[in-house]
Write a protein that binds this ligand. Structure first.
Ligand code: ACO
Length: 403
């Protein structure tokens, strides 16, 4: 508690990013490989987008949840923080494993984050920054001390690989951060979230939801794939990236000159360059890695953040802006004062401890599934006397209470 005009006031709580991690599938797909399946070329893709390659989850066992789990584990490892002390998992994705359960809950189980709540956020490529904003709110209001924010995608599963206007753009991957409460000023300074649902049809997966449930006809018509009006999204994106950056700076009482690094959503190099030029930001203050990953949607900003840290582009007290746009239409920006000097020195034995903990989480999950199955079969089998046994027990319990 802090003294405020003679009264005690609660200390202000700040949300600091203390851990970070990323994960991608093994398989790299180059532009030249794509030119073998659709009418395109390396020259067209790289000159119009900046993309040279992307990672694709070819193995069906690799999913948004497995990638998200790997990224989250890496984030916990870099913060040297145990999964069972995480309070909340915010998973942002446009390629969830199911409509429900949430991919966040699947990741929670895989991590063994037994005391964490978990849910998914759907805000397309803006999702990760929406997630950071939610995490900051939970921390500053005192409802959580440690929040995992994960952006994870396997968009390759909902891409029409015969549509050259979309299949060359996207890639799979995941990035995650751990945000922790602290009384040290800094961390997430401000956020700006926006939406314009009137543009929802510009970038959409038309079928598979409740409006148009999946049928043989919707599948035959390819309505379960991403549909996009690329030019309209391009115009929207260049405008909104600059506007959202200005808004978030104003909220944080900062100017363009105060920015040390911008980590924009990695959709198209031309969108990034023109919006950053509109802001008057020099190239060296803008982080771009889409040449290697393509557009990984909500995972693009946390993956880029991890690479920026690996390349030592962030140091304590730097001001970093993360800004994204996407389907919805949505946009989001945040200004963050970076506080973490680098990776912690972690004892070697901690890696073994972590592996054992994740192994135990798997055993625990299987045991819970098994015991539910046993319980279910006992309760549903007719004529085995189980109902009578339960009725007798309840009756006995009632009598005991009366006595
Ligand atoms: N290879 C070769 N030619 C192509 C390809 C391709 N892969 N794709 C389109 N073309 C052709 C078009 O058919 C068109 O031909 P035409 O002139 O004969 O009609 C020509 O190239 C130009 O097409 P445009 O659409 O005008 O190309 P543009 O320069 O706008 O680039 C692009 C297209 C890359 C899609 C661009 O509009 C873009 O990046 N838009 C934003 C997309 C985006 O960021 N989406 C993600 C949002 S985030 C989220 O929520 C998931």
């Amino acid at each position: 508690m802090a003294v405020n005009n003679g009264r005690y006031a609660p200390m202000r709580r700040y949300g600091h990013i203390t851990g970070w991690g990323k994960a991608v599938p093994d398989r790299v797909v180059t532009n030249s490989e794509l030119a073998q399946i659709v009418d395109t070329s390396d020259e067209w893709i790289s000159s119009r987008t900046g993309i040279r390659q992307r990672y694709v989850a070819v193995d069906p066992r690799e999913t948004s949840a497995t990638l998200g789990t790997r990224a989250a584990r890496a984030a916990l490892e870099s913060a040297d923080f145990p999964a069972n002390r995480v309070d909340l998992i915010i998973c942002t994705t446009s390629s969830p494993e199911h409509i429900f359960p949430s991919t966040g809950s699947i990741i929670q189980d895989a991590l063994g984050a037994t005391r964490a709540g978990a849910f998914d956020v759907s805000a397309a490529c803006s999702g990760f920054v929406y997630g950071l904003s939610l995490a900051q709110g939970m921390i500053s209001s005192g409802q959580a001390d440690a929040v995992l924010v994960i952006g994870t995608e396997t968009l390759s599963r909902i891409i029409d690989w015969s549509d050259r206007t979309t299949c060359v753009l996207f890639g799979d991957g995941s990035g995650a951060v751990l945000m922790q409460a602290s009384t040290v000023p800094g961390g997430v300074l401000s956020t700006a979230l926006g939406s314009d649902g009137s543009g929802g049809d510009l970038l959409t997966v038309p079928a598979g939801g409740s409006k148009q449930p999946a049928t043989l006809d919707t599948v035959a018509a390819g309505q379960h794939f991403i549909k996009m009006d690329g030019r309209a999204v391009f115009r929207f994106a260049t405008r909104v990236m600059a506007d959202a950056t200005r808004e978030v700076l104003e909220k944080a009482n900062m100017s363009i000159d105060d920015i040390d690094l911008v980590i924009p959503h990695q959709a198209n190099e031309r969108i990034i360059r023109s919006s950053m030029k509109a802001l008057g930001l020099p190239d060296e203050k803008v982080f771009i890695n889409l040449q290697n990953y393509g557009n990984t949607s909500t995972a693009s900003i946390p993956i880029a953040l991890c690479e920026a840290i690996e390349q030592k582009r962030l140091k304590p007290n730097d001001n970093v802006v993360m800004v994204g746009f996407g389907a919805g239409l949505t946009w989001a920006a945040t200004a963050v004062k970076w506080a973490v000097p680098g990776l912690k020195d972690v004892p070697v034995w901690r890696a073994g401890q972590r592996t054992a903990t994740y192994g135990l989480a798997q055993v625990r999950s299987r045991f819970l599934k098994f015991s539910r199955r046993v319980e279910g079969s006992l309760l549903t089998e007719e004529g085995d006397g189980w109902n009578e046994v339960v009725a007798d027990r309840i009756e006995g319990w009632r009598k005991t209470r009366k006595d």
